[in-house]
Ligand binder design. Structure first.
Ligand SMILES: [Zn+2]
Ligand SMILES: [Zn+2]
Length: 754
C-alpha cells in the first residue's frame, strides 16, 4: 500500500502550481523529509510538507511516486517549516519558491547516493585544542546590558534591542550572550547575523572566542562561499554539529534544530531586506523565528501562520513556573546605534526590551572642553557635547548659503582638511550618493517640488520631464521656471559630486604631509571595489596609514575601524532631507551617525575629532539632533511626522510593481487590478487604499517600462487579507489577452522605498 504525500518543489513564482504537489511513497515519510521527485521530465528536490488528505479525489494511479528520500538527513524541523510557510504567506510568494530557495543550491543536485557518500566523510576532530581566550574587562554599560538581557531571558523574553553608540562595544555583548547560551546547554545553537560587509572580521573574532568548542563549530553562511562550502556549512548547522552560524541575510533560514539565540547586528540596515524574489526582511523574520523556536512546556512550536505580524509580542499569558521548567527558549537580540524606527517604536511601547550603552569604550565620563570655531566662523557653532555623547566627535555644520556659489568643498572645510593632513592625520570625505529619487529645488528661494495633495515630494522623471507624486500619483510637466520666484535655475537637490575625488586632488595639490610627501587620496565605492579582494586591500592601506584622504560612499561609513581618522565630512547630504522616500531622513541620520563614529576611534584622538556637514539647511531638526548625537530626539521628531502621515510603523504598505513593453500597459495592468479588487469587494478592502499607478523612479530598464502601485492600510491584518485575496486576481488578469505585453509583476510587502 502506498502513502500519499504533499511535497513542495521549486515553482516559478508565476506558474500555475502554487501549493504543494501530491506524490505517493511506499513508506510513510515524516514532514520535513527531503525527497527527489519527478516533475515533468525532470527530477527535482522537494520537501515533504504533509500527508495528503485521506479523501483525496485524485486518481491514485495517476499520482507519481517519490523517486527517493534523502534519508541520511533528519527531516527539516517544524519551526523551520513554520518560518518558510509564514514567509511565503506574508510576502505573497509560493511556498515552493521560498522553501527551496532556503536550501543550499548544491543540495538540489545531489542524488540520495551522492548525499550518503558526502555524509559518510569523516567528521573532523571536534574535541579542539584547549584554547583559553583572554577576556577583556567589560565596561559598566556592557555589564548592565548583559545583566538586563539575562534577566529578560528568565521572564517575559521579549525581543531585545541593544541601543549602543558606535564604539560602545556591542560585539562583546553579543559574544557574551552567545557564550552563555552555548555554555548552558551543550546542544544549543546560536545564529549571528552581522551587517554584510563585516562578516570576515567578525568570523575571526568568533572563531577565536569559541575555539574551545572544537574545530568547525563556528560556521559561516553567505553567498561568497563556494557551493560545496555552503552545503558543508548547511549540513553542519542542520545536524546540530555547528554551534554557531555566522551568516548574512539568507542565514535566517538556516536549519538549526537547537536554535536558542539569534543576534541581528546593525538591525536598521536596508540590506536586510531582500530586493528580489521573495522580498523578505531578514530582521523581521529573525524576530518571528525566535517565537517559532520557543516551545513552552513542551507544546511544540507556536506556529501561528499567515496573517500574523512578524514583530508581534508573544501571545497568551505567562504559563507559570512549572511550565517554564520544560521550556526551550529562543531569544532574539537586535543591535544598532541608530535603530530602525520600527524597532525603536517597539521599545517605546514595551513590546521590545531596550538595552542602552551610551558610552564609547575608553571615553572619559565627562568630555573635555572642545575647540573653538575655525577662522571666519563659517561653521555653525556647536554646543558643548553632552555627557551622553561621551567620546563622540564634535559636529560642525557649514552653511552653504554663505559659501561661494556652486562650491563643492567650502573654504573652511578645505582649510580643516589641509590642517589635518599637515599634522599627519587622516580625513574621510563621505558622499551620500544613494539613488534617491530626484526632487527639484530652486536655488534662489525655498521652493521644492512638493505635492499639493500629500506630505510628500514629487519626483522628477527625466524621461518625459514630469513631476509625479509617488504617493497619490499627481502629475504635472516640469515648470520652465521656479513657480515661486521665477528663477530658471531649478535642479535636482543634492547632485554634482561625481568628480569629487579629482576635485579634491586639485584642491589639495600643494599640501604636504609631515614627512614632506604629497597628499595621498583614495576612493572606496562600488566601482573601486568590484574586483574580489579589492575592498580588503584598500581598507588595509587605509589602516596602514598609506592614505591621507579617503573619499567614499556609504560603504566607508560602516563599521570599519579607522583609528587615525580625525575628520569626517559629509559634503552633500541635503538630497535625503527632501526626498519622495519617507525613509530617506532615517537613512541619512543613520549614515551620518555611523560616519561620525569613524572619527576618533582611537581614544588619544577622540578629543580633537570632528564631523563636518555641508548643508543649505543647517537648522533642520535632523542636523540639530546629529549635533547632539541624539538619536532619541531624532526618532521622536521623525515618529511624530510618520504618525501624522500614517506611515510605518503606524501604517502598513505594499507595492505592486509591473513591467511591460509600454508604460501604458504596465500602468493599465495595475489600475485594472485595483478596479477588479474594488469590484470583487475583496476581504479587507474597506480598510485598504490602492493609489493610482505611477512610473517607477527608474522608469525604463533595458527597454522594459516599469510602473508601481502603492497600497496602504492602517491595519497590517487587513492589508494581509487583502493581498492574499488579490493575488489570484492578479494571476487571472495576467492571462488575459489585453495584458499580453506584460513582462512580469510582483508584490513587495513592507517596501523600503516608495
Ligand atoms: Zn525660486
Ligand atoms: Zn501626492
Amino acid at each position: 500500500m502506498s502513502h500519499l504525500l504533499q511535497v513542495v518543489v521549486a515553482t516559478p513564482a508565476h506558474s500555475a502550481i502554487a501549493g504543494a504537489l501530491t506524490y505517493r511513497s511506499p513508506a510513510p515519510l515524516a514532514p520535513g523529509t527531503l525527497v527527489r521527485v519527478p516533475l515533468g521530465r525532470r527530477e527535482v528536490l522537494g520537501v515533504v510538507w504533509d500527508a495528503a488528505p485521506e479523501s483525496s479525489e485524485l486518481d491514485a494511479a495517476s499520482i507519481r511516486a517519490v523517486a527517493g528520500a534523502l534519508d541520511g538527513l533528519a527531516p527539516l524541523p517544524a519551526a523551520w517549516r513554520g518560518l518558510v510557510a509564514f514567509t511565503a504567506a506574508y510576502y505573497q510568494r509560493s511556498l515552493g519558491e521560498v522553501a527551496l530557495a532556503a536550501l543550499p543550491p548544491q543540495l538540489r543536485e545531489l542524488t540520495p547516493v551522492q548525499l550518503a557518500r558526502r555524509l559518510k566523510r569523516p567528521v573532523t576532530d571536534t574535541s579542539g585544542p584547549p584554547v583559553t581566550t583572554e577576556l577583556i574587562a567589560l565596561s559598566p554599560d556592557q555589564t548592565c546590558a548583559i545583566e538586563q538581557f539575562d534577566a529578560e531571558s528568565a521572564g517575559q523574553r521579549r525581543p531585545s534591542l541593544l541601543f549602543g553608540a558606535t564604539g560602545s562595544g556591542k560585539t562583546e555583548v553579543y559574544l557574551r550572550a552567545a557564550a552563555r547560551v552555548l555554555a548552558e546547554d551543550p546542544e544549543a545553537q546560536v545564529l549571528m547575523v552581522p551587517e554584510i560587509n563585516l562578516t570576515p572580521q567578525l568570523q575571526a573574532r568568533f572563531e577565536a572566542r569559541f575555539a574551545h568548542l572544537g574545530r568547525e563549530r563556528v560556521v559561516p553562511m553567505h553567498s561568497g562561499l563556494t557551493p560545496a562550502q555552503r552545503l558543508k556549512g548547511w549540513l553542519a548547522a542542520h545536524s546540530g554539529q555547528a554551534r554557531l552560524v555566522l551568516g548574512t541575510r539568507m542565514a535566517v533560514f538556516a536549519s538549526m534544530p537547537n536554535l536558542r539565540l539569534i543576534v541581528v547586528d546593525e538591525e536598521h540596515d536596508p540590506s536586510y531586506k531582500q530586493q528580489e524574489g521573495a522580498r523578505y526582511s531578514a530582521r523581521d523574520l529573525a524576530v518571528y523565528r525566535a517565537r517559532l523556536e520557543t516551545t513552552v512546556g513542551g507544546s511544540g512550536p507556536k506556529a501561528q501562520l499567515p496573517g500574523g505580524p512578524p514583530p508581534a509580542p508573544p501571545e497568551g499569558s505567562d504559563p507559570g513556573p512549572a511550565a517554564r521548567a520544560a521550556d526551550s527558549v529562543c531569544r532574539v537580540l537586535l543591535g544598532s546605534a541608530t535603530p530602525s524606527l520600527e524597532s525603536w517604536q517597539a521599545t517605546l511601547t514595551g513590546r521590545y526590551q531596550r538595552l542602552e550603552m551610551a558610552q564609547r569604550i575608553g571615553a572619559p565620563t565627562l568630555p573635555a572642553a572642545r575647540g573653538s570655531l575655525p577662522p571666519g566662523g563659517a561653521a555653525a557653532p556647536a554646543a558643548p557635547m553632552s555627557a551622553e555623547a561621551g567620546g563622540l566627535p564634535l559636529v560642525r555644520r557649514v552653511e552653504m548659503n554663505h559659501q561661494p556659489k556652486r562650491c563643492i568643498i567650502a573654504p573652511p572645510l578645505l582649510a580643516a582638511i589641509k590642517e589635518r593632513v599637515a599634522r599627519g592625520e587622516q580625513a574621510m570625505i563621505f558622499l551620500n550618493r544613494r539613488g534617491y529619487a530626484p526632487v527639484l529645488a530652486c536655488h534662489d528661494c525655498e521652493w521644492k517640488s512638493d505635492c499639493p495633495h500629500c506630505s510628500a515630494y514629487r519626483v522628477f522623471h527625466k524621461i518625459d520631464r514630469t513631476l509625479r507624486c509617488h504617493h497619490c500619483g499627481f502629475t504635472e510637466r516640469v515648470p520652465h521656471a521656479c513657480p515661486n520666484c521665477g528663477n530658471i535655475d531649478i535642479a535636482p537637490v543634492g547632485r554634482g559630486t561625481e568628480r569629487l575625488e579629482e576635485h579634491l586632488a586639485e584642491l589639495l595639490a600643494g599640501v604636504t604631509r609631515p614627512d614632506g610627501g604629497p597628499v595621498r587620496i583614495a576612493r572606496i565605492d562600488a566601482d573601486s571595489t568590484r574586483l574580489k579582494g579589492a575592498l580588503e586591500a584598500q581598507l588595509a592601506s587605509v589602516h596602514a596609514g598609506e592614505v591621507d584622504v579617503l573619499v567614499g560612499t556609504q560603504m566607508i561609513a560602516k563599521g570599519h575601524d579607522f583609528r587615525r581618522i580625525t575628520l569626517v565630512a559629509a559634503v552633500n547630504p541635503d538630497g535625503a532631507l527632501f526626498s519622495s522616500d519617507f525613509r530617506a531622513p532615517e537613512r541619512l541620520f543613520s549614515l551620518l551617525m555611523q560616519a561620525a563614529g569613524r572619527a576618533g576611534r582611537d581614544a588619544r584622538h577622540s578629543a580633537a575629532s570632528e564631523m563636518w556637514v555641508q548643508t543649505f539647511h543647517p537648522e533642520h531638526p535632523l542636523f540639530e539632533a546629529l549635533k547632539r548625537h541624539d538619536y532619541p530626539a531624532f526618532a521622536a521628531q521623525e515618529l511624530q511626522e510618520r504618525e501624522a502621515a500614517g506611515l510605518s510603523p503606524f501604517g502598513f504598505s505594499a507595492l505592486v510593481r509591473a513591467e511591460a513593453k509600454t508604460q501604458e500597459a504596465a500602468q493599465g495592468f495595475l489600475n485594472a487590478a485595483a478596479e477588479a479588487a474594488q469590484a470583487a469587494q475583496l476581504p479587507g478592502h474597506e480598510r485598504v487604499t490602492p493609489y493610482p499607478a505611477v512610473p517607477m523612479t527608474i522608469q525604463r530598464v533595458a527597454n522594459v517600462e516599469r510602473a508601481q502601485m502603492l497600497v496602504e492600510s492602517a491595519s497590517r491584518m487587513a492589508l494581509q487579507r487583502f493581498l492574499a485575496a488579490w493575488q489570484p486576481v492578479l494571476f487571472d488578469l495576467r492571462r488575459q489577452a489585453e495584458f499580453k505585453s506584460l513582462v512580469r509583476w510582483a508584490i513587495d510587502v513592507d517596501p523600503l522605498a516608495i
